[in-house]
Design a binder for this molecule. Sequence first.
Ligand code: NAG
Ligand code: ZN
Length: 413
Amino acid sequence: MMLTIALILFFTNPLDAASVNIYKSYKNYKVLEVLGDESSLRNFVTMMTSRYAVPFYQLTKGKVEILVAPEWTPTLDKIMEFENLNVNVLIEDYSKIINEEKLSLNRKLGFSWTAYHDVNDIYKYLEDVNKAHSDWTEVIVGGESYEGRKIQGIRINTLTGDENKPVIFIESGIHAREWITPATTTYFINQLVTSNNPNITALRDQFDWRIFPSVNPDGYQFSYYSDRMWRKTRSLSPNGCIGADPNRNWDYNWLKHGASNNPCDYQTYGGSKPFSEVETKTLSAYIASIENLQAYVAFHSDAQMLLLPYSDSTTHVDNYDDLVTVGKTSLNYGRAVNGKVYRGPATAAEILYKASGGSMDWVRDALGTPLVFTYELRGTYFHWPAYRIPEQGEEVTQMLLGLVTEAKNLGYF
Ligand SMILES: *[C@@H]1O[C@H](CO)[C@@H](O)[C@H](O)[C@H]1NC(C)=O
Ligand SMILES: [Zn+2]
């Protein structure tokens, strides 16, 4: 009976427009760590996700981390007992984390790296950078979104007399709730355009940069104003559920691993077909149109890892050893900033979980781009205090400097 009511509510009232301005509180939602054997954990995840719109779970070796609503406790307890699972509470009240972040949502002081900004402010920042450096920057459009936004980025290509510099593409914010990624990406843009450090000006001048802080602008805006845990796009499925995972929607081994075919899945619905989402369809066409694309870098959070292609395979690409060498140097440069150790470089299948249909893998497979990397930045269930954005911004800047330095040593540029 309860289940039927829950399902009816879920299917008839899927995050409708009326709720857009009400920020979902996550009051008394807990983050749990559930321990048990592989098949019990799988059963647990299947039972929970088929009953509820679970906002976050991650199944790795020997455990599931999961965000649960207080009203799910009776069902949860029954499943745990039945499947013989153990549980630890990692976070008692997820809303406290969100509230801490919201205190710093004050944007009155203008664009900064001590607050999180919405997509309009991020786009305005890109326009301001362009106004300040109109000779060698350009606001670029890499695609469009379901709700009619542009996927706006910036091209930074200083006047060095070289018409045909290698292109480095930076993709950020494909997962809406990973707020630290647009923030560190604009931090990096600011470094490129304002730093006097000769290492950074050289980094800027050698390349034709195409940098997109928020490639899922609808999702990000929804996460910013309505539901902090939103990850997907905002497209409407025929059954009334909303959104597909834009990093499971690219045309490479689509839906093979780590993706759901259920449009109501909160996290990893792969879409109705490869490139069903206008964001991935238009962005992939834009990327394919770039001549001389030498490096593709995607930012996610918060597994604190460096991932190499292919995410669903332990078989390695032909220049894998080079990617490892470049990746290690990149991580060493990053570690020199704050002493933080990232796992990898390795494929996601080796150190995280198998996932198909991601952007990096498509770029590598379809376009043959030699240098492709996915950085998983740091955080606690997608949270990172706003006042500490520069800490990761500086780390990212150095990681990119390390990447370029080692790739150059190996003869890539
Ligand atoms: C530039 O990079 C070199 C090599 O990594 C380093 O030794 C030097 O300290 C850097 N210079 C500045 C100003 O950061
Ligand atoms: Zn992600």
